[in-house]
Design a binder for this molecule. Sequence first.
Ligand SMILES: O=C(O)C(=O)C[C@]1(C(=O)O)C=C[C@@H](O)C=C1
Length: 362
Amino acid sequence: MTDTKTSLPEVRERIDSIDRQIQELISERANWAQEVAKVKGEGLSAIDYYRPEREAHVLRMVVDRNKGPLPDAEMVRLFREIMSSCLAQEDPLKIGYLGPEGTFSEQAVRKHFGHAAYGLPLGSIEEVFQEVAAGHADFGVVPVENSGQGMIQVTLDMFLTSDARICGEVELRVHQCLHSMAGKLENIKRVYAHAQSLQQCKTWLRMNLPGVECEAVSSNAEAARLARHADDVGAIAGETAGKVYGLKTLATGIEDRADNTTRFLVIGRSLFPPSGNDRTSLLITVNDKPGALYDVLSPFARHDVSLNRIESRPAHSGKWQYAFFIDVSGHINDEALQGAVKDIEQSVAQLRVLGSYPVALP
Ligand SMILES: O=C(O)C(=O)C[C@]1(C(=O)O)C=C[C@@H](O)C=C1
C-alpha cells in the first residue's frame, strides 16, 4: 500500500483525509436515515422505525463487499454501530437483558443492537420476558443454547407460557476468565459463577483449583460483584465483567472447549418480514400417541424444508403432552413452509409460530 519512503507524517495526513471523508459520509448517511424515518411517519417510537430484516440485509452486503484486511465480524460491528446511531436519532431502543452490567447477555445486546440502544439490566430471564410483554422494554435478549452445554431450559419454558415472538438470533463466542480482588490463584478458596459457566470450565477448575468449593449464582456478573468483597473468592466471568467490577484477571480462556459459543434470542412482540436468509422457530404441542413425532417431521421433508434443530420439553398444557421446539430454514411467508405448517396442523394439539428472523451474522 505504501512504499518504504512514505514518512509517518505523510501516512497520518492520508489517514486524516480518509477520516474526513468517512465522517462526512456518516453524517450524510444519518441525514438519509432521518429521511427514511420521515417516510415511516414522524413522532413514532423507536420500535416503529426499527427494521431487523433491513439491518440484516445491509450487514450481509457489508460482508459480501469486504475484501479485508479487517475480518467480516469487525466490519459488521462497525456498520452495526453506525446503524444503531442512525436509528437512535429518533429515540433509542430499550433492550432488556439478564443483568447486572457486564454479563455475556449485555455483550449480545451490544453485538445485535449497538451501543446507541439503551440497555435495561434485569434480574432473571423470566423478568426479561415479562418486561418485554409489558412494553417496558422494546426487545429482550435471552440465552437459549450453548455449544457445549445444550439448550437453556428456562428460556424454552418461558415460550410455553408467554406470547413472546422471536425477532432475531445472536451468536457470541464466550471466553471465560477467572478474576479475583487480590489477583492470587493460591488464595482462592471458593469460586462463584453461573451454573452454565461452572460447567463450561469444569476441566480447568479440576486441574488448577482442585478441591476448591464452587458455587452457582444468578449470573457471572453477580459472581464478579460478590468477589469484590473477599480476597479468597474467585469469579468466573467474561473480561468485561472483571473490568466493570474492578477485579484482577488470574487466567483467561479457561473454557474447556475452544469453540465455546452461546446463542441468544432477541424476543419482541411482533413478527417481521423476510430478510432473504431467515430461520423460523415453531412450538408444536403433541399428545403422546404412536407416530406423533413422525407426523410432525414428515411434512418438512415432503415440502423440502430443512430442519435446523429440535428440542422436546414436557408441555405445561397437560400431563403426557410434549412441546417440540423446532427451528427450520426459511421464513413463515415462504410457500414451502406454509405448506408444511398446514399439513402439521392437521395432526397436532397446537402449533405456534414463535418467529421468523434473520440468521445470525458473524
Ligand atoms: O432502512 C430503514 O428502514 C431505516 O430506518 C434505516 C436504517 C439504517 O440506518 O440503515 C435504520 C434503522 C432500521 O432498523 C434499519 C435501517
